[in-house]
Design a protein around this ligand. Structure first.
Ligand code: PMP
Length: 364
């Protein structure tokens, strides 16, 4: 088999050990004679897989006891509607006001979708004529007094902008954070957030599983039009089995959580991610052959967009990368250029191989 390093933004690289274990258990899980895909979600085998996954995720992220961990479907884009449908009822106002901070493509999409259900207030965004290259300083945010919640995307996958602070909010306004592309890559104080959501297909497992971590007092405020399969209170009351959950995705997620424990947990992962990101940014910053346009204190450790100074070399760069087994480096179509996603499962050797190629291509 050819050895490759996969820099896709998602679905993305998974730990090799996880894939090997899944392959070994594919036809017969732990002597059950069944593949996990074939199991009833209500049977004792799958319930043990589910409980293990919830327990390990709670442990890895330090999720307090007064938070529920839900396994849903619908992805991040689904959550853009599911979140307002669940939380709009927190506000007395009709329609509820919700604050958004626009820091990139994903928070912008969340803002646009929520506007179908709530009064979406743009509390902060990029300055006119500027792209998404930084997090607007908190002093500049125009937060509403009566917001049902504040929505942020703590790592913008397309733009490569990552929060390095938790916003402070007035009163008890909950913060909702889309952590799809950096969950489990760094330590987080879950108690500072009302809701954390993430699609699985970057740092956790296959597409189709969505993780929602929600503080218990935020359950039970859904609008009547919220589909019951997405009403967090109903889902929580049924331990994520109100409808059939994405069972195979939960199983792979559970294997990834076990793998993370073996790596030393999130704190150890964070150290490695800091090193990997430093290695790559240093190569990009070495001279002006390459360019990353994000303000240094807001640079993502997970998704690193960059441009070649001479963009006519883009195709040649990508072809050379592919020939070396460095895959999926083309930037998102909305911004162009290149993007290297270096999630937890990307080993430092993969980043080093990319750095070696960057140096070689630049003629250094
Ligand atoms: N939010 C973020 C931060 C993302 O990176 C993505 C996917 N790239 C989404 C939301 C949307 O996820 P999905 O395609 O699973 O709906």
């Amino acid at each position: 088999m050819t050895h490759v390093y996969n820099f896709s933004a998602g679905p993305a690289v998974l730990p090799r050990e996880v894939l090997e274990q899944a392959a070994a258990e594919m036809l017969d899980w732990h002597g059950s004679g069944m593949s996990v895909m074939e199991m009833s979600h209500r049977g004792p085998e799958f319930i043990s897989i589910y409980e293990d996954a919830v327990r390990n995720l709670r442990d890895l992220l330090g999720v307090p006891a007064n938070y529920k961990i839900l396994f849903l479907q619908g992805g991040g884009i689904g959550e853009n509607a599911i979140v307002p449908l669940n939380l709009a009822g927190l506000s007395m106002a009709q329609p509820a006001t919700v604050d958004f901070v626009r820091t990139g493509s994903w928070s912008t999409k969340s803002f646009q979708e929520a506007a179908r259900y709530v009064q979406a207030n743009l509390a902060a965004g990029p300055r006119a004529g500027e792209g998404y290259t930084s997090i607007p300083p908190q002093e500049s945010w125009q937060l509403s007094k009566d917001a049902a919640y504040l929505h942020i995307c703590t790592n913008e996958t397309i733009d490569g902008v990552e929060f390095n602070f938790v916003p402070t909010v007035q009163g008890d306004t909950p913060i909702v954070a889309d952590m799809s592309s950096h969950i489990l890559s760094r330590r987080v104080d879950v108690s500072k957030y009302g809701v954390i959501f993430a699609g699985a297909q970057k740092n956790i497992g296959p597409a189709g599983l969505t993780i929602v971590i929600v503080r218990e007092d935020l359950l039970g405020h859904a609008l009547p039009i919220c589909p019951s399969a997405f009403d967090w209170k109903i889902v929580a009351d049924h331990d994520s089995m109100y409808n059939t959950p994405p069972t195979y995705g939960i199983y792979i997620a559970g294997l990834t959580f076990q793998w993370l424990q073996k790596q030393g947990g999130v704190a150890a992962m964070e150290q490695r991610n800091i090193e990997k990101a430093r290695l790559l940014y240093d190569a990009l910053d070495a001279d002006d052959f390459y360019q990353n346009r994000v303000a240094p204190d807001c640079r993502s450790r997970m998704n690193i967009p960059f441009f070649l100074r001479d963009e006519s070399l883009n195709d040649k760069f990508l072809a050379g990368a592919k020939a070396r087994g460095l895959l999926q480096l083309k930037g998102h179509k909305s911004v162009g250029g290149m993007r290297a996603s270096i999630y937890n499962a990307m080993p430092i050797e993969g980043v080093q191989a990319l750095v070696d190629y960057l140096n070689e291509f630049a003629g250094r």
